[in-house]
Design a protein around this ligand. Structure first.
Ligand SMILES: [Zn+2]
Length: 191
């Protein structure tokens, strides 16, 4: 089984696609459980340990994303500027991408300048229009993630993935997919 559930004393799980508080305004996941490929989980644990050594916490906003969820995101917002086309697939469906932010010791998210999934230039790394403290916080998150071997995404301060993600196969929705998403009659009857 390549996927493992994320569990660490310095990591909070806040899967936005399990709530309506996301760009689609709809619940995409039926259950808020966060999985990563075991290689990615090891790298995330390294980041959590480094963050904890500074009294900081991580908040995971998305991790492994079942293919069925990618289709549901696409149905709600079929715009490739915002959502990866499910026929192409997302790095999240390979289990080697994570969306996250840093929190203070009480679990309050640090100022990163924009909200998660805000698709504007203000979300780009290196944007200098956001407050200096937010620029600093993004650099802090990038430093911790880079130390542990993650690659950043130039347009999304919250997104990181393992290098060369396509060396990991796209995962089918069996087993772990069903932990996040109930089987739906429409999908079942579609064969
Ligand atoms: Zn992402």
């Amino acid at each position: 089984m390549p996927l493992k559930e994320i569990s660490h004393p310095a990591v909070d799980i806040d899967l936005r696609y399990a709530t309506p508080d996301n760009i689609t305004g709809q619940c995409i996941y039926d259950h808020a459980v966060a999985f990563l490929h075991q290689d990615a989980l090891l790298a995330l644990v390294r980041v959590a340990d480094l963050a904890a050594a500074q009294g900081l916490r991580l908040r995971v906003l998305d991790a492994y994303r079942p293919s069925a969820a990618q289709w549901r995101l696409w149905a709600a917002l079929p715009d490739p500027r915002f959502v990866a086309d499910p026929r192409v697939g997302s790095m999240h469906t390979r289990g080697v991408a994570v969306d996250l932010t840093l929190c203070n010791p009480d679990g309050v998210p640090l100022d990163m300048g924009t909200a998660f999934d805000e698709m504007t230039e203000q979300s780009f790394h290196g944007n200098t229009e956001i407050a200096p403290v937010a620029q600093h916080n993004r650099c802090l998150l990038m430093g911790l993630m880079t130390l542990a071997g993650w690659d950043h995404h130039p347009f999304e301060w919250w997104h990181y993935n393992l290098p060369d993600p396509t060396r990991y196969p796209k995962l089918s929705d069996e087993v772990e997919g069903e932990f996040l998403m109930d089987a739906h009659p429409a999908a079942a009857s579609g064969g």
